[in-house]
Design a protein around this ligand. Structure first.
Ligand code: DGY
Length: 334
């Protein structure tokens, strides 16, 4: 008796080995052997020939890619039954074009919350305590011993942490930073937490507005999604509202910050330091930021632990499984 062929799944990057094995056991997988994003034509071909696509951030499924895929099929419906993104942010996927093409898109919420909040906390400390500068000095062989006035940073205890975007990751950071560092937390969000949630987290209170939050915070950490509304939300005017010596942390998306304005605010004030994990045109990091000592620059590591990257891959697999079992995928975003 011949069994039905396994659905063909294109996976755009290497994933943790447990995830790759689980995928390969259930699907006919093509794994991109490199860690580099797939180019537009390869993504379009995948949409036009495979039964599912498993991309990650950096694989730009923009309008042109979706149009090219439809050109390849001669306008016929795409065979692709789901785009199961490994990651929670889906700003690299044109969701409207996916809807028009009739292809559901899923993401991997929840599983990366704690690790991403941890990374924001690490960046907060690295930037406020000048840890990147110190590490570079030691590695360069230029450390001459402890100097009582050397590398003086700012102590977070008793200061105000302002969180922009109070979803899962913002709330996790609020809890961790309050309990670990003794900061007072204020937040600005478009979707206020339910009253029961807010009551259970008395360490964080809403600011009157974004402007007020920027003006009263010693550290501002960004946790909003990349949307047309949040594009360059932190621009020169917003930066000018921040406190002298304030720290900006961004583990959300690079497009939320105007990097050129940030470099100026780090050079001329009011900012004291910044910690960044994300950039508008990854993997390109603006030269004016690379040139500054008072900014910590990480290569998009928010969810980069074995546990979380495995959980993200498994969550993408659960979405594939649902679609191929004829059920609604649990994490559908479009
Ligand atoms: C996400 O999940 O969106 C993170 O940025 C990692 O991809």
């Amino acid at each position: 008796m011949s069994s039905a062929p396994l659905p063909r799944v294109v996976v755009t990057r290497r994933l943790p080995s447990g995830v790759e094995s689980a995928l390969a056991a259930r699907y006919s997988c093509t794994f991109n052997p490199s860690d580099l994003p797939l180019a537009g034509p390869a993504l379009a071909t995948s949409l036009a020939t495979a039964d599912a696509l498993v991309p990650v951030v950096g694989d730009r499924l923009d309008r042109l890619v979706w149009h090219t895929a439809r050109d390849i099929t001669g306008g016929a419906p795409l065979p692709c039954r789901v785009v199961a993104n490994v990651g929670v942010g889906v700003d690299h996927i044109d969701l409207d074009a996916a809807r028009v093409a009739g292809v559901p898109v899923t993401n991997t919420p929840d599983v990366l919350t704690e690790d991403t909040a941890d990374l924001a906390l690490a960046l907060l400390l690295m930037a406020a305590r000048r840890l990147g500068e110190g590490e570079r000095l030691v590695r360069a062989g230029r450390w001459a011993g402890l100097a009582p006035t050397g590398f003086l940073g700012a102590s977070p205890a008793g200061k105000t942490l302002g969180i922009v975007g109070y979803g899962r990751i913002g709330r996790a950071l609020a809890r961790k930073a309050h309990h670990a560092l003794g900061v007072r937390v204020r937040y600005h969000t478009r979707t206020p937490p339910a009253p029961a949630v807010a009551a259970a987290e008395p360490w964080a209170t809403p600011a009157e507005s974004l402007e007020a939050l920027l003006a009263e915070s010693d550290v501002v950490s960004l946790h909003c999604p990349a949307t047309p509304d949040t594009y360059h939300l932190i621009d020169a005017a917003a930066l000018a509202r921040m406190r002298p010596g304030a720290v900006l942390v961004n583990t959300a998306r690079g497009s939320v910050v105007d990097a050129a304005a940030l470099a100026v605010a780090l050079r001329d004030g009011p900012l004291g330091a910044a910690g960044l994990d994300v950039y508008e045109d990854e993997p390109n990091v603006p030269g004016e930021l690379l040139a500054r000592e008072n900014v910590v620059l990480l290569p998009h590591l928010g969810s980069a632990t074995v546990e979380t990257r495995t959980a993200m891959g498994m969550r993408a697999l659960a979405n594939l499984d649902a679609v191929f079992a004829g059920e609604p995928p649990p994490d559908r975003v479009a």
